[in-house]
Design a protein around this ligand. Structure first.
Ligand SMILES: NC(=O)c1ccc[n+]([C@@H]2O[C@H](COP(=O)([O-])OP(=O)(O)OC[C@H]3O[C@@H](n4cnc5c(N)ncnc54)[C@H](O)[C@@H]3O)[C@@H](O)[C@H]2O)c1
Length: 451
């Protein structure tokens, strides 16, 4: 059952699975809020100062309890918020219902939506005619750029048909409205930097992912814990004694490798970057190419932001019963299209577990290769999203305050925002730290004192 509200203007105000789930969504969102003290403080200030008054904001994010708290914070700041999912499997339907029913947020997201619905929901966020956008993976901004560059053939049909119905002026205005955008994840930042390098970026973007209070914590501790959680919820396997192969030793890979080892797994890392590979080795993991690891691993998890990190050639080498999952942003990290051509299946053996028969061996793909921590679990814990979304809210405020002053480039989150978020989080955790004495400040800024 889906709940779609169509007001007299013919504009869809929301598209969620079932509004009757809203009470559960509200309870769970409140629970998350109790672990998000930094965002709560920002919300209280936003409610007084209204820094986003009159702004239309479209966000394409995983629709989770933590995102609900961000959306409500942006609304408290005065923004008119539309929200769609940044992954077809990551929506929490009760949360979507709660936001639509209790907060008047225009939510377009249904867990398990097909490709067409996914893009029809992105279209609704475009039709909101935002002046600030917020992305997790750059799908929303990507669609806007196809429109700006007149590459309508590259748009998904659900978006293209709508764009074709707009006048040239309306299309221009859609882009001209945007004062800037923020980006949540590594993959999105990579795409946006590629746009900037090609000289096609149409508006400024703030790379929230790159702030230290985001990727040090969210990518490492958030992805580390929730990826393990997703694999366990999907499979209920015992990690102790299992050989786990981690593709990529970046922020996410380090976090997951650490948690898998903590659960008793024998961890192997695969990398393409010599420094990261060296770091993994010195952190005590075995490091080898995927073609070697494929023969010995029991569980494979990709966290690279790259494509076909586990290819069908690797899958052919795997043991009977191997489990394969991805926690990188897009499902392209596993070569699943090609697997479907050479293997029999899928046979769903548990929720989020598909069995494929490949040359007489059973391979188990989790969550259709989509980020397993959001597909089978609940994504990152609220306490870590508190920092990521504090950065998002403050970045949106920063864009609104300084509209028109940024170049069309990918910008860093200002350092003051990063240290404010860290300070507020420490205070919320009740952690105090030392301060430099005058003598120490002097010492650190001088060169004349040696041994
Ligand atoms: N699951 C989640 O909730 C979540 C959260 C944050 C980020 N992400 C996503 O996870 C991915 C990784 O993010 P990150 O912040 O760790 O990025 P990162 O840049 O810090 O790390 C990626 C690592 O993968 C390595 N790599 C690239 N190609 C490889 C290959 N073929 N084989 C082995 N290693 C390879 C790179 O050398 C790098 O060390 C991105 O797609 C990001 O958007 C997911």
């Amino acid at each position: 059952m889906t709940s779609v509200k169509t007001p007299s203007s013919n504009e869809i105000a929301y598209d969620v699975k079932d509004l009757s789930l809203a009470d559960e969504g509200r309870r769970r969102t409140e629970w998350a809020e109790s672990f998000m003290p930094v965002l709560r403080q920002i919300r209280e200030r936003f409610a007084k100062e209204r820094p986003l008054e009159g702004r239309k904001l479209s966000a394409c994010l995983h629709v989770t309890t933590e995102t609900a708290n961000l959306a409500v914070t942006l609304k408290a700041g005065g923004a008119d918020v539309a929200l769609c999912a940044s992954n077809p499997l990551s929506t929490q339907d009760d949360v979507a219902a709660h936001l639509a029913r209790d907060h008047g947020i225009k939510v377009f997201a249904i867990k398990g939506e097909d490709h067409e619905s996914y893009y029809s929901h992105i279209r609704e966020c475009l039709a909101h005619r935002p002046d600030i956008t917020m992305d997790d993976g750059a799908d929303l901004v990507g669609a806007m750029h196809m429109i700006a560059l007149k590459r309508l053939d590259d748009l998904e049909p659900a978006v293209r048909t709508w764009v074709e119905g707009l006048s040239a002026d309306e299309r221009k205005q859609l882009l001209a409205n945007v004062i800037g955008s923020t980006e949540e994840t590594t993959t999105g930042v990579i795409r946006l930097r590629a746009m900037a390098e090609e000289g096609v970026l149409q508006f400024p973007v703030i790379a929230v992912n790159d702030s230290q209070t985001k990727h040090f914590f969210d990518n490492r501790y958030g992805t580390g814990q929730s990826t393990l959680d997703g694999i366990l919820r999907a499979t209920n396997i015992l990690m102790a004694g299992t050989t786990v192969v981690v593709g990529g030793y970046g922020w996410c890979g380090r976090g997951f490798a650490m948690r898998a080892r903590g659960a008793g797994a024998d961890v192997i890392v695969t990398e393409v970057d010599p420094l990261r590979a060296l770091e993994a080795r010195m952190d005590g993991y075995r490091v080898m190419p995927m073609a070697e690891a494929a023969r010995v691993g029991d569980v494979f998890v990709t966290l690279t932001g790259n494509t076909h990190v586990v290819s069908t050639e690797h899958m052919r080498l795997m043991k009977d019963g191997a489990i394969i999952a991805n926690s990188g942003h897009f499902n392209v990290e596993l070569e699943l299209d090609a697997l479907a051509k050479i293997a029999q299946g899928p046979r769903r053996v548990r929720e989020f577990v598909d069995e494929w028969m490949l040359e007489g061996k059973r391979l188990y793909v989790l969550g259709e290769g989509r980020l397993i921590n959001l597909a089978a679990a609940e994504g990152h814990p609220a306490s870590v999203m508190d920092m990521s979304f504090a950065n998002q809210a403050l970045a949106a405020e920063h864009l609104a305050k300084h509209a028109g002053t940024f170049s069309k480039a990918v910008h860093r989150v200002p350092e003051e925002i990063d240290s404010d978020v860290a300070r507020l989080k420490l205070a919320a955790l009740g952690v105090e730290i030392d301060r430099l004495t005058d003598e120490q400040e002097h010492y650190l800024s001088s060169w004349d004192e040696g041994t």
